[in-house]
Design a protein around this ligand. Structure first.
Ligand SMILES: *Cc1c(COP(=O)(O)O)cnc(C)c1O
Length: 361
């Protein structure tokens, strides 16, 4: 099965993951840092990531129950926060049995819960919408909802909100969101959870009982950190190899649609990765890749299984040479900019066709 004649792979560096976690957890010493490992741990492989972090984290978070069940099947025992909460009435039974923490964010979930209050005794989080306008109870409805919750749920309740603009350092919206949750909580003094990665890194005022650490755990951030002492290491390095090389004369074109034409005698290297692997087709000509210590630009369209790069200025490129698409030598944020997307999307789109190779120490 594991032949891997093609050398394209995603190398996942688990020691980097752990040092990122410890570094970010340290930024908020009063908070517990939940590791968000939804979407297969942002494309890194949720089971391996959870195993590597399990001695360090108080809890994990995923988007929905099915993601959490995969972790339980793999022997992960920490509590798991379900960010979208129950998506069907049966989810309460799973949550109770499996020690999942359910987010409550709409009245339908409350109805499901009230039909089983006798049996359900699990931990609940209440999501308050402070301006993201995606999920959550409106601040002025929190009173009503709490009145419908029996004492046993209110005892351990965590009030939660999610930031819409925390990566924008000059945008006052985050402070308004923090204030709004504070106001809602004034008469209750529940535990709270606000910060995502951007909050953890750049908004210390957002740190609370539980922070929810996602993207930065993987060594890439949505923000330029104010605090330059933070050193994060990219966990995923996506790499492939040169499988074709040719010389072009001036005026010859490369790839589908002839979108790239040689303006000088050129050397083109063909790399064994394409959009079927999750390297987006809308990567523009000029998107950098890393080869033999240099950056080389993408030349022409991304194909399903291959890309072509201009290595005219790099000497002695040969078949089999390793090419890094993003990771330790070339920041995924930089690559994403050339593709009109973001680090989050690139990481989660790497397809199952790309084998993951884990580095354990
Ligand atoms: C995905 C998610 C997070 C993690 O966000 P990052 O920006 O990746 O740190 C936190 N909270 C909620 C509700 C999320 O959906």
């Amino acid at each position: 099965m594991n032949n891997h004649s093609r050398k394209t792979c995603a190398i996942i560096n688990l020691p980097s993951l752990i040092s990122n976690y410890l570094c970010l957890d340290n930024l908020a010493p009063q908070s517990k840092t939940i590791a968000v490992i939804k979407a297969n741990a942002y494309g890194h492989g949720a089971v391996e990531i959870a195993k590597a972090l399990s001695q360090h984290v108080p809890a994990f978070a995923v988007a929905f129950i099915d993601e959490a069940l995969i972790l339980r099947d793999a022997g992960i025992t920490q509590p798991i926060l379900i960010l979208e909460g129950a998506l069907s009435p049966e989810d309460f039974a799973h949550a109770l049995k499996q020690n999942f923490w359910l987010m409550l964010h709409n009245s339908e979930q409350l109805n499901w819960l009230s039909k089983q209050t006798k049996t359900y005794s699990g931990q609940l989080w209440l999501k308050v919408d402070t301006g993201m306008n995606r999920l959550g109870i409106m601040p002025n409805e929190v009173n009503d909802i709490l009145a419908k919750l029996s004492h046993k749920y209110r005892q351990n309740l965590v009030l939660c909100t999610h930031f819409s603009n925390a990566e924008e350092l000059k945008n006052p919206k985050t402070l308004l969101q923090i204030k709004q949750l504070e106001q809602v909580n004034q008469e209750y003094q529940y535990k709270k959870s606000l910060a995502n990665s951007a909050g953890i890194i750049n908004w210390p005022e957002s740190h609370s009982d539980f922070n929810r650490l996602g993207i930065a755990l993987y060594g890439t951030t949505p923000v330029v950190a104010k605090n330059l002492s933070i050193k994060l290491a990219p966990v995923m390095t996506l790499q492939s190899t040169v499988i074709g090389l040719r010389k072009l004369t001036t005026g010859e074109a490369v790839g589908y649609g002839e979108t790239w034409q040689a303006k000088r005698p050129s050397v083109i290297a063909t790399i064994a990765i394409g959009y079927a692997d999750g390297y987006p087709r809308n990567a523009k000509t000029g998107t950098p890749v890393f080869i033999k210590g240099h950056l080389a630009p993408l030349a022409g369209r991304v194909s399903m299984d291959m890309i072509t790069i201009d290595v005219t200025d790099i000497t002695q490129v040969k078949l089999g040479d390793v090419v890094e698409l993003w990771g330790e030598n070339i920041a995924i944020e930089t690559v994403a900019e050339h593709m009109d997307t973001i680090n989050y999307e690139l990481l989660t789109r790497v397809s199952t066709r790309v084998p993951k190779i884990y580095i354990y120490k």
